[in-house]
Design a protein around this ligand. Structure first.
Ligand SMILES: [Zn+2]
Length: 159
């Protein structure tokens, strides 16, 4: 069976950036299982996997706009220190969960100037081209329930 919309796909992968640093890998762990065609994984990788089958290997470099997006200045804002309720000490590099313009996400403190704190809500991998080394482990038809839910069931499932 080939990878197409509405298939449940298992892959092993290693993710590196342009500097050759390994950012993430399924090596030594469970394969990543996702529902193809539902936006479960970044769009560039999903597109590269179409038509592949079990045993296929691929190495694909994905531009930022098809990965975690380009860096957007709109995602950087200056807020008052008072906004950090319950945090005694704020330092550059600290990360917080916050409701940012596109929904819940992680913001990073990038600068502190008196009571003004600059936070950056860009994804940590925004602006990075990502290279995936992938091996396809399993491809099967998704069940009706999985299609209804928009994700794959089984190991690691939220149910
Ligand atoms: Zn479900």
């Amino acid at each position: 069976m080939q990878i197409a919309d509405n298939t449940a796909v298992s892959i092993h992968y290693t993710l590196t950036n342009d500097q050759g640093e390994v950012l993430d890998s399924s090596d030594g762990g469970d394969a990543l299982v996702y529902l193809h065609g539902s936006g479960n994984i970044i769009s560039g990788l999903e597109a590269a996997l179409i038509g592949k089958k079990v045993g296929d290997k691929l190495n694909v470099r994905i531009e930022p706009q098809d990965a975690y997006g380009v860096v957007s200045d709109d995602m950087v804002q200056v807020i008052s220190k008072d906004m950090f309720e319950g945090v005694d000490h704020i330092e550059v590099g600290m990360q917080f969960h916050a409701d940012v313009s596109h929904g819940p996400g992680i913001v990073t403190v990038v600068n502190i100037d008196g009571d003004n704190v600059t936070i950056d809500g860009n994804h940590p991998l925004a602006g990075e081209a990502l290279t995936f080394d992938v091996e396809i482990v399993e491809v099967r038809a998704a069940t009706k329930e999985e299609l209804d839910h928009g994700h794959v069931h089984g190991a690691g499932c939220h149910h």
